[in-house]
Design a protein around this ligand. Structure first.
Ligand code: GUN
Ligand code: ZN
Length: 426
């Protein structure tokens, strides 16, 4: 039994559809009790100290104890090419991404990058990632192996591409099916790992490959499926060219059995009315990648409008199209993008998106994303005065959210005092 002391912060509901004050639970002198990788109790520190007098205590003082951050769309193989200059999506893929991804046939390169990646994200308070790997099974093995050795709950899959990609970075419809199936059988449900069926996006898969992966998903409906949709105008025009019979981008995926609950659709910026309505009807998850969407010049996600319609939305860095490994920086970008679209996001909404909201978007809200008895003990411990600039601002705060907001807007890995996964500090 372990008692962790600090300011506890968690949600009991969705602050987009309720008053934030009604769905947040905050103890300014709080405690989280942990036993065997699970949270067993959350409450005022005094009360828990009395209840568990023999517990081992770790006291984080005034730091915030939050559920660990959940990053719902990343490409770990792009770690080393993050912040590559000057190109829009298609040229960026061809110039920077594909050459780097080609290197992942080498298991030792994949291992090195996976280790670097998880060191970076856990230093940023992220405890769950949903990653695209590369076409190479070695890249999937490296990703899951590195997560498993750290005790992390992560999701991911082999990225499938059988056209419009360079030599050394294409599979086939059949090998994509066979390799994905073998990797799924090897990793899905092992420890805290989940396999995600992963066609990269419509332009890099033939109709045969999309059909094969739709069939695989049909055979394994307990897996999630991830892909990209409507990120940039040139991409959308290309998809219309490649699939002239489809009504729109979503229809391409739907015609191959790739639309439904458990589909994670990355970016989802330039959607038609029909696509929005259909995604809602089929309970698809939309994944917002704000630092990527500004960095690559893709556009402004309509958080206000989509939330009002009732969509299931997750938040993500989209490493390395995104320009940061930090979910704090990502919350700040989500705030700025929503503001440009005329919606002012409350700090509670931003924090929820990075924790409980993202857990819900990946159908893991019964295990991660909140602090409550029975939940897995993944925590981010956040210093709300981590730099002189943030400290002088938070010192003026008159409320919890005023104290938290400067860290959302200006915080980075210096704000992360500790990260716990599966009941242990990393
Ligand atoms: N669309 C297809 N592949 C990618 C990728 O790797 N990153 C981004 N941002 N968009 C994509
Ligand atoms: Zn992506």
């Amino acid at each position: 039994m372990h008692l962790i002391l600090g300011q506890t912060l968690t949600f009991t509901g969705d602050p987009f559809h309720a008053d934030p004050d009604d769905v947040v639970t905050h103890h300014s002198q709080g405690a989280v009790a942990i036993d065997g990788g699970r949270i067993t109790d959350v409450g005022p520190a005094e009360q828990l100290r009395t209840a568990y007098p023999h517990a081992q205590v770790t006291d984080y003082g005034g730091a915030l104890i939050s559920p660990g951050f959940i990053d719902t769309h990343v490409h770990y193989p792009q770690t080393a090419i993050i912040a590559s200059w000057g190109k829009r999506l298609i040229d960026w893929l061809n110039a920077y991404t594909f050459p780097e991804e080609t290197r992942f046939h080498d298991a030792s390169h994949a291992q090195d990058i996976a280790d670097t990646y998880f060191d970076l994200v856990t230093a940023n308070g992220t405890t769950t990632t949903v990653s695209y790997c590369t076409i190479h099974p070695e890249s999937v093995n490296a990703y899951f192996g590195a997560a498993q050795s750290r005790g992390l709950r992560v999701l991911g899959g082999k990225t499938c591409m059988d056209r419009n990609a360079p030599d050394g970075l294409r599979d086939t419809a059949q090998s994509a099916y066979d390799d994905s199936k073998a990797l799924l059988e090897k990793w899905h449900g092992q420890d805290r790992l989940s396999y995600v069926i992963t066609p990269r996006f419509a332009p890099t898969s033939t109709p045969e490959q999309l059909a094969a992966l739709g069939a695989l998903w049909g055979e394994h409906p307990d897996c999630l499926m991830q892909t990209h949709i409507s990120e940039q105008s040139e991409e959308i025009a290309w998809v219309a060219d490649l699939f002239p019979q489809a009504r729109d981008y979503l229809d391409v995926y739907e015609s191959f059995g790739l639309v439904g609950p458990g589909a994670l659709m990355g970016h989802a910026i330039h959607l038609t009315e029909r696509e929005r309505a259909r995604m809602l009807e089929r309970d698809v998850s939309l994944i917002h990648c704000p630092t990527s969407n500004t960095f690559i010049g893709s556009g402004l996600f309509d958080m206000g409008g989509l939330m009002a319609e009732g969509h299931r939305i997750g938040l993500a860095t989209d490493t390395g199209g995104g320009s940061s490994f930090s979910m704090l920086r990502t919350m700040a970008a989500a705030y700025e993008v929503a503001h440009l679209k005329g919606t002012t996001l409350h700090p509670a909404q931003l924090w929820w998106l990075a924790t409980a909201g993202s857990a819900r978007a990946i159908q893991m809200e019964d295990r991660i994303g909140t602090l409550a008895p029975g939940m897995e003990a993944d925590l981010a411990i956040i210093d709300l005065a981590s730099t002189p600039g943030i400290a002088q601002r938070s010192a003026r705060a008159n409320s919890l959210w005023e104290e938290v907001f400067p860290t959302i807007m200006m915080g980075d890995d210096r704000a992360v005092v500790a990260t716990w996964a599966n009941g242990k500090p990393l």
